[in-house]
Design a binder for this molecule. Structure first.
Ligand code: BJW
Ligand code: ZN
Length: 275
């Protein structure tokens, strides 16, 4: 049986205005639960410290478009997302960047955690330590009930004032004002990490430390090309962890990992829970 995975959300200019999007589908080979090897099952049963690095692919089955995959990458109003999700664009045209985020806030507000997010929330009860390190800004891990979540790239529901620096939660959808302003009168920005910006230092250090000392490291639904997140599986491997990739496509880390479970996160992770 073939799996149809959402590999890429291509968001066009008209699509944005109409709040619709075209999503090409890619046929992926199915991973069957039988491919969960005896060794992985044994390690899964015995592990005490487990770390899971997640990317956009884990939220694809919740209806949140990925950035890359299936050989393409997302475009919005003619802008490649690398351009519009960049520090440079925020400085040049904050209103445009806010419109991009306003659109995505609408999409994400409709999304609910899927079976993969739920499986990871359940794994917290199973292991002595389970840390989810996510590149996602959609908050779906917390919505699923995960408590130990390290957000490397921020959170779409937080805003930061460019004048007073205050960080606040803002769940207004759609935004009434673009760009939104702080109570101090300063301009707000999304509290996310754009290209060319540093990751939150404390979060990154904790993620690196957790990767270095875990026994089992999962890398789920990420193209593993954005740094420094993409370096975490390398740290885990050097620290002696057994590294498992869950993705319907191969990635630059596929050659480094101990085992690749080729399939959709929403099918593979619940199957692992049963292993
Ligand atoms: C499924 C599935 C299903 C589909 N189940 N799977 C070293 C070398 C080269 C470059 C650099 C380097 N170090 C830094 C850089 C520059 C840059 C970088 O990495 N560039 C690369 C692209 C080359 N990095 C940065 O700029 C970072 N900053 C930095 O390093 O700062 C240094 C600094 C220090 C001091 C002062 C100043 C600066 C910041 C990176 C921030 C990334 N931000 C974004 C946007 C966030 C805001 C927004 O949302 O708009 O984060 S980019 C985008 O990519 C987003 C994601 O979190 C990130 C990763 O993407 P992810 O999650 O992997 O998703 P996709 O779409 O790529 O992949 C989806 C995968 O899912 C695919 O593989 C599918 O097959 C799979 N999939 N369905 C399971 N059902
Ligand atoms: Zn302010």
């Amino acid at each position: 049986m073939a799996i149809y995975g959402i590999a890429l959300g291509v968001i066009s200019s008209t699509a944005c205005r109409n709040a619709t999007r075209s999503v090409p589908f890619t046929v992926f080979d199915q991973m069957s639960p039988a491919e969960i090897t005896e060794e992985l099952k044994r390690r899964f049963r015995r592990a005490r410290r487990v770390v899971v690095l997640t990317g956009a692919g884990i939220s694809a089955e919740s209806g949140v478009p990925t950035f890359r995959g299936g050989g393409g990458s997302a475009v919005w109003r003619g802008f490649p997302f690398e351009q519009i999700s960049s520090a440079e664009m925020l400085a040049r045209d904050p209103a445009l960047v806010w419109e991009w985020f306003n659109y995505r806030r609408q999409v994400i507000s409709q999304a609910r955690p899927n079976a993969a997010h739920r499986a990871l929330a359940e794994w917290e009860k199973r292991f002595q330590s389970l840390v989810v390190i996510t590149q996602n800004i959609d908050d779906l891990h917390r919505a699923a009930g995960s408590r130990t979540v390290l957000e490397l790239h921020g959170n779409i529901w937080r805003v930061r004032c460019l004048s007073c620096g205050r960080v606040t939660e803002n769940r207004q959808v759609p935004l009434r004002e673009i760009p939104p302003t702080c109570t101090c009168g300063g301009m707000l920005r999304p509290d996310v990490v754009l290209f060319g910006e540093a990751l939150p230092g404390e979060v990154l250090h904790r993620a690196q430390a957790e990767a270095a000392r875990c026994e089992l490291f999962f890398i789920v639904g990420t193209s593993a090309i954005v740094y420094p997140a993409a370096y975490l599986p390398v740290i885990a491997k050097h620290g002696g962890a057994y590294v498992v990739e869950v993705n319907p496509e191969t990635t630059p880390v596929s050659s480094l990992v101990d085992v690749t479970l080729s399939g959709k996160a929403g099918e593979v992770l619940p199957a692992l829970s049963e292993a």
